[in-house]
Design a protein. Structure first.
Length: 135
């Protein structure tokens, strides 16, 4: 577990915000390599436990593994494994505080992505008749 502390694979600029140089509509079509990389990011995010952990971190800014485990009713080791997947992409970062490891969200794009995804999900619920307006 200690290997996750301070480990980030994405550039530091990602922590400041999305930093989109061009709107998506003006970018060239994704290459197969880019599409594969994007699919890998979505595979990591497409996990109920990891989504709940990210939401907990958005709400609290930073939490130790034990509190995150309690929030999602899982064992700390299982939560640590899920957090490591997120840390490998630079979405969360860890720091040691005494005998605890505390995690925080470092990629602000993920917060926006979660908000947009939740909006899309809520708008797709039966009975929702308004035009989509998640952007």
């Amino acid at each position: 577990m200690a290997s996750a502390v301070g480990k980030t694979r994405r550039p530091a600029a990602a922590a400041a915000g999305c930093g989109r140089p061009l709107p998506l509509s003006q970018r060239p079509l994704l290459s197969p390599v880019q599409a594969g990389g994007l699919a890998a990011v979505f595979r990591v995010l497409a996990n109920e436990t990891r989504l709940r952990l990210l939401h907990a971190l958005v709400r609290a800014d930073e939490l130790p593994v034990g509190q995150l485990a309690a929030a999602v009713a899982m064992k700390p080791q299982a939560v640590s494994n899920q957090l490591q997947r997120l840390a490998d992409l630079g979405i969360v970062a860890a720091r040691r505080e005494g005998t605890s490891i505390c995690y925080r969200l470092v990629d602000l794009c993920v917060r926006s992505l979660l908000e947009q995804g939740l909006c899309l999900m809520e708008q797709s619920l039966p009975g929702h008749v308004q035009a989509r307006s998640c952007c």
